[in-house]
Ligand binder design. Structure first.
Ligand SMILES: [Zn+2]
Length: 164
């Protein structure tokens, strides 16, 4: 296999655009993607190969969810307080403030769901599933070799002939 090129939104070989590409979005899966147009394989770093890279920090701590909950509560308190004041004293309410309260509630719920997932162990079960899928991919020596050549920290057991 020749040198595998990395994508930044389109196929580095034929230029075909990847629909909905957003470099900030991270997923678990194989970072080696076969282009549907030209059939060449390119590297897509949005995908985390968990057994070679480890789980992402935000998936191992409840901190992110708790922060979101606090942010949501703060938004509800500030915008809710302001709305209460304008309704009582000035007899009007700002639509922006109502939107802010709704947004605060959404952020709070998202944070709550995230925290529950981490605390209940559902998150780690999901990670276990990703790890199992990752191990199955790495069991293919060509795949493991390609990732190792790209600088991935492929576990020793998956390396061809155990070479370093
Ligand atoms: Zn292509």
């Amino acid at each position: 296999m020749g040198k595998i090129l990395e994508t930044s939104g389109s196929c580095p070989y034929c230029g075909r655009r990847i629909s909905g590409y957003d470099p900030r979005i991270r997923k678990y899966g194989s970072p080696l993607i076969k282009c549907t147009a030209c059939g060449q394989t390119y590297l897509d770093r949005r995908f985390t190969e968990i057994e070679a890279e480890g789980a992402r920090a935000e998936d191992l701590t409840a901190g992110t969810g708790v922060k979101a909950m606090l942010l949501g509560i703060a938004a509800i308190a500030v915008c809710g307080g302001f709305t209460l004041y304008t309704v009582k004293v000035r007899d009007y309410y700002s639509l922006k403030m109502v939107m802010c309260i709704i947004l605060g509630a959404v952020v709070f719920i998202a944070g709550l769901v995230d925290t529950i997932q981490v605390k209940s162990g559902a998150r780690s079960k999901k990670l276990d599933r990703y790890r199992e899928e990752s191990r199955q991919r790495l069991a293919d020596p060509d795949y493991a070799q390609a990732l190792a050549e790209l600088g991935y920290d492929v576990p020793y057991e998956f390396r061809k002939g155990g070479d370093q």
